[in-house]
Design a protein around this ligand. Structure first.
Ligand SMILES: [Zn+2]
Length: 84
């Protein structure tokens, strides 16, 4: 079942069919961007941060490197993911 995780203050959403416990891995497609339909990839950013990058619109969101599951991704943005 598809679900959404809000990943920006503007309300951009990552769409995925993966379970909350599924790992997200650097170099992999982790979802689609609801606004533009682009592919969201997880990339290496800095020592402390990974980067979620949209292939279509260039949306760029950083997350802590220890964010390694969809559940942790949602928790990282819990301020925008109330009630889920
Ligand atoms: Zn996009």
């Amino acid at each position: 079942m598809a679900k959404s995780i809000v990943i920006s203050a503007d309300g951009d959403e990552l769409k995925t069919t993966q379970a909350d416990t599924t790992k997200i891995q650097v170099g992999h497609l982790i979802g689609t961007h609801d606004v533009c339909g682009g592919q969201l990839f997880l990339k290496t950013g800095s020592a402390a941060k990974h980067v979620i990058l949209c292939s279509e619109c260039g949306l760029r969101v950083t997350i802590p490197v220890d964010t390694d599951t969809y559940e942790k991704l949602r928790n990282n943005f819990s301020i925008w993911n109330t009630g889920s």
